[in-house]
Design a protein. Sequence first.
Length: 170
Amino acid sequence: MKEIYFAGGCFWGVERFFKLVEGVTATEVGYANGTTPHPTYKQVCTGDTGHAETVHVTYDETCVGLDTLLSLYFTAIDPTSVNKQGEDEGTQYRTGIYYTDPDDRPVIDEHMANVATRYYKPLAVEVAPLGCFYSAEEYHQDYLTKNPSGYCHLSPELFELARRVKAHDH
């Protein structure tokens, strides 16, 4: 199994989105790359912890590749928006790709370069090794599964796109 961490605004929708992709074996929402150890949601919302709402994605690379996951990620976010996705604003809603395997960095960099050619504004996606990740409170895990009518900045069409990704789309 491989892992990658995606920050893309509110983690509820980002988690639901990736959970639908065939080959993704697990998702977990949490707080990444901040300075406060074991922050609470309330602390992260102040913007003082430096953490981003992030989804830890575990996947079977024999079924779905990092390229496919990155393509989906860039479909789901506005990569030029600084600290804002949908109606959510603040540093905790910044976009970011955090990796644990250094071999993933060239794949991410190539993807970023290709995406950048489609925009006139610079990309605002932070790319960095994962510094830290703290699991969010239990009520945030699988939030949109538990609360199907809950708030989400992602469109239903994006969820349908994620459902259509089939194994070996990499």
